[in-house]
Design a binder for this molecule. Sequence first.
Ligand code: ADP
Length: 181
Amino acid sequence: MRVVLLGPPGAGKGTQAQKLAEKLGIPQISTGDLFRQNISAGTPLGLEAKRYLDSGDLVPAELTNALVADRISQPDAADGFILDGFPRSVEQAEALHDMLEGRNTKIDAALEFQVSEDELLQRLKDRGRADDTEEVIRNRMQVYRDETEPLLEYYRDELKTVDAVGNPDEVFARALRALGK
Ligand code: ADP
């Protein structure tokens, strides 16, 4: 099963991606984690991506799309994956469509995690990651509204909405139900 996770920063996509991946026996592919690993390892990609993560802007398409194309072509992703943090724009969704079309496959479901903005701000402040300062959070929220929200319409036929307020196990149960699992 090929699933994309949608929802604003702080909605809990990373936590749910991990649980879903384990349950369904397919890899979790998180672009944010992949960028952070490259930054820690000091790779050329990491050096290029760092300033975008630090400001909360999207890493340019050519870097991001190449990273995802490479990852989904690994053998462990042949039967499915949980994509967390990608696509984040219609341009990326179209690139993903093309990558999958090349293998005669497509996205089966888009899960949208819904949380109110007040709850999100609180969660992000509590999390305290390097890019969770107030100014960067604000920018990531704005980028979400401008670039990522249009994906709800792009994926309207595959879209399933999940109430993401509650403890992680409750949200996970709702996510599985939404996927019919
Ligand atoms: P969150 O969902 O909490 O904002 P992520 O770990 O998904 O956190 O992303 C952190 C940062 O990594 C983003 O603000 C952005 O700079 C970069 N990033 C992650 N995924 C993408 C993507 N698909 N396209 C461009 N940049 C991305």
